[in-house]
Design a protein around this ligand. Structure first.
Ligand SMILES: [Fe+2]
Ligand SMILES: [Fe+2]
Length: 279
C-alpha cells in the first residue's frame, strides 16, 4: 500500500460535502427523546424544498399510508418520527448517490438503485423476524456503499493491481484494502462519522463485508451484509453467492425465505426509486 494514496483518500473524505443542515439537525433530534412535533415542524419549515421531497416520499405506496400525507405534522403522526427522519436522510443523500461511480464501473443511478434494493431487502428480512433487534435498518442499508463515491477514483487509478489480486480469488473489498490501505466500507464509515450519524448506522456500514469482525455481533451488521449479497447485480434479492452460514445461523433465517425477499425487492424497487427522484 502507498502512504501518499491513503493521505489523498483522507483529504478527499475531509472535503466530501457535508450533510445538508436540515438533515444534520434532524439526526440530532432523533437522539433526543424529548424532541417535540413543534420542533420538527419548525426545522422543516425553513427548508421547503426538502419538505416537499419528504412529503413526496411519504406518499409512496412502499410506506403503506392509505391517506395522502400533505403536511409534516401528518407525516409524523402517520409514519412516526423515526421513519420521517429516514426519509429526510434519504432525500438529503439522493442527489449525491445517483452519480456515476468510476472504478466500480457504475453508470448514473446504478449505485442508488442498488442501495434502494438493499434497503428493501433489509426491511423485508427484519419484518419477518420479530426476534431481530434492529431499530433502523433502512438508513445503514441505503448508505452502506457511500464510500464508493470517494474511493472509486482511487480504485480506477489502481485497477490493474486490484484486479490482479481479486483475480486470485481474494474478495474485491480485501484487494481494495491491500492496494489502497483502506476500503469503501471503512471510507463510508468515516464519512458517516463526519456527518455525526448514530454509531449503530456507522457500524453496520463499516462491517457490511465483514460481519464477523466486530467483537460484539449486531443484527444490523448481519442484515446489511446479507441484504447486500442478496442484491448483487446478478439478482436483486436472490442469493447467487456464498453466504456466511454463521450469519444465517445468528439471524435464525431460513434460506427458503430468500424468494419472498426477492419478490419484495422486485415489487418495490422501481416504486421507491421513482419516489426518491427529485427535480
Ligand atoms: Fe459494499
Ligand atoms: Fe453494496
Amino acid at each position: 500500500m502507498s502512504e501518499p494514496i491513503l493521505k489523498n483518500i483522507t483529504s478527499k473524505i475531509r472535503s466530501f460535502p457535508s450533510m445538508p443542515a436540515t438533515g444534520a439537525k434532524m439526526l440530532k433530534m432523533l437522539e433526543d427523546p424529548e424532541t417535540s412535533m413543534v420542533e420538527i415542524e419548525d426545522v422543516l419549515r425553513h427548508d421547503p424544498g426538502l419538505t416537499g421531497n419528504v412529503l413526496k416520499l411519504a406518499n409512496s405506496a412502499y410506506f403503506g399510508i392509505p391517506s395522502k400525507v400533505s403536511s409534516v405534522k401528518q407525516g409524523v403522526l402517520l409514519l412516526g418520527l423515526k421513519r420521517l427522519i429516514q426519509l429526510v436522510v434519504a432525500s438529503c443523500v439522493s442527489g449525491i448517490m445517483d452519480k456515476p461511480v468510476p472504478g466500480y464501473d457504475l453508470p448514473p443511478g446504478d449505485l442508488w438503485r442498488h442501495s434502494i434494493a438493499v434497503s428493501i431487502a433489509a426491511e423485508a428480512l427484519v419484518k419477518d423476524h420479530k426476534n431481530i433487534d434492529s431499530e433502523d435498518i433502512f438508513t445503514p442499508s441505503l448508505l452502506h456503499d457511500i464510500g464508493k463515491l470517494i474511493l472509486g477514483h482511487f480504485v480506477k487509478d489502481e485497477l490493474d493491481d486490484i484486479e490482479k489480486i481479486a483475480g486470485k480469488g481474494v474478495p474485491y473489498v480485501v484487494a481494495e484494502n491491500m492496494v489502497l490501505g483502506t476500503d469503501h466500507a471503512e471510507v463510508g464509515a468515516q464519512v458517516l462519522t463526519q456527518w455525526s450519524f448514530p454509531s449503530d448506522v456507522i457500524e453496520a456500514v463499516r462491517w457490511h463485508h465483514d460481519p464477523d469482525f466486530p467483537e460484539r455481533c449486531k443484527a444490523s451488521v448481519d442484515i446489511v451484509y446479507l441484504s447486500n449479497l442478496l442484491c448483487q447485480p446478478n439478482g436483486e434479492g436472490r442469493a447467487d453467492v456464498e453466504l456466511s452460514s454463521t450469519v444465517i445461523e445468528r439471524l435464525g433465517i431460513d434460506v427458503s425465505q430468500f424468494d419472498t425477499i426477492a419478490t419484495n425487492v422486485s415489487q418495490w424497487v422501481d416504486e421507491l426509486a421513482e419516489a426518491l427522484t427529485f427535480n
